[in-house]
Design a protein around this ligand. Structure first.
Ligand code: SF4
Ligand code: SF4
Length: 257
């Protein structure tokens, strides 16, 4: 798994291997560059990032998408992606940055949590295992590397609260990188299914519970209760629906009439 092959050109030369099992780094209000990195970003949001942020702000999915995101397409893919929209000021600052730091720190996106580490992961489709590798993203402007604190990689990931994010992000990435979707030119209808199921959990819930949706598939009462009351369970169910409708997998079982 070579992260350099897939990394954007502008950061390729900044990627370094992790040596001695970890790295020296600290980020706090005392570093001269504090919050400098929270601007002019192309910050991809995952579906779980979006749920955490919209709930932190008390917004519906629609309102969060309208106010804080841009939608775009990757160069070689036809899947719509959602990016955090930077503010319309000269410095293009993140809408959540303040002189004291991140205003949504407890719910900040995965990309902000893992920085300055880069993670390359892929699903082993035969064994169902997630294979992962970590690298350091060493940017010259980041003074955090001059600090004394040494982190082992597993300590860093735990400290940044990444475990919950990885479970949901990996499920989603397995769909995004599936051979049937990679480099495919999906019809608009399928793009809409992907966007809606990935990013609009409120509308997806509405469709599940206020339409014939549940009558079309075999579902057990326990799962229905889970997706009614737990947004993470609802998101996992949305992924199953995408696997069924976009990839033709047997994740949902149509009811026989
Ligand atoms: S550039 Fe590095 S040290 Fe400075 S605020 Fe960003 S992460 Fe922290
Ligand atoms: S969400 Fe927070 S940590 Fe991430 S770029 Fe914005 S201010 Fe910085």
């Amino acid at each position: 798994m070579q992260i350099r092959e897939t990394a954007p050109e502008c950061i390729k030369e900044k990627i370094e291997p992790v040596e001695n099992g970890g790295f020296r780094f600290a980020c706090h209000p005392g570093v001269v560059c504090f919050t400098e990195c929270c601007r002019d970003l192309k910050l991809l949001l995952t579906p779980y990032d979006l749920i955490r942020l919209k709930n932190r702000l008390g917004l519906s999915s629609d309102d969060f998408l309208d106010r804080y995101t841009d939608c775009g397409f990757d160069e070689d893919r036809s899947l719509p992606r959602v990016y955090l929209q930077m503010s319309q000021n000269e410095r293009k600052t993140c809408p959540f940055v303040s002189p004291k730091g991140c205003l949504v720190y407890e719910h900040r996106p995965s990309a902000c949590r893992i920085y300055p580490i880069a993670r390359a992961s892929r699903l082993h489709r035969v064994h169902g295992l997630v294979l992962e590798n970590y690298f350091i993203l060493h940017e010259d402007h980041c003074m955090g590397f001059k600090e004394e604190q040494f982190w082992k990689m597993d300590e860093w990931l735990r400290d940044q609260g990444l475990e919950d994010y990885y479970e949901l992000n990996d499920l989603w990435m397995a769909i995004v990188t599936h051979p049937r979707l990679r480099n495919a030119h999906l019809p608009q209808k399928q793009q809409q299914i992907f966007y809606f199921a990935s990013y609009n959990s409120d509308k997806f819930r509405e469709m599940v519970f206020n339409s014939r949706f549940l009558s079309l598939f075999e579902t057990d009462d326990n799962e229905i209760e889970q997706i009614r009351t737990n947004e993470t369970a609802l998101l996992k169910f949305a992924f199953k629906w995408m696997q069924f409708s976009l990839l033709g997998e047997g994740t949902l079982k149509p009811r026989t009439l």
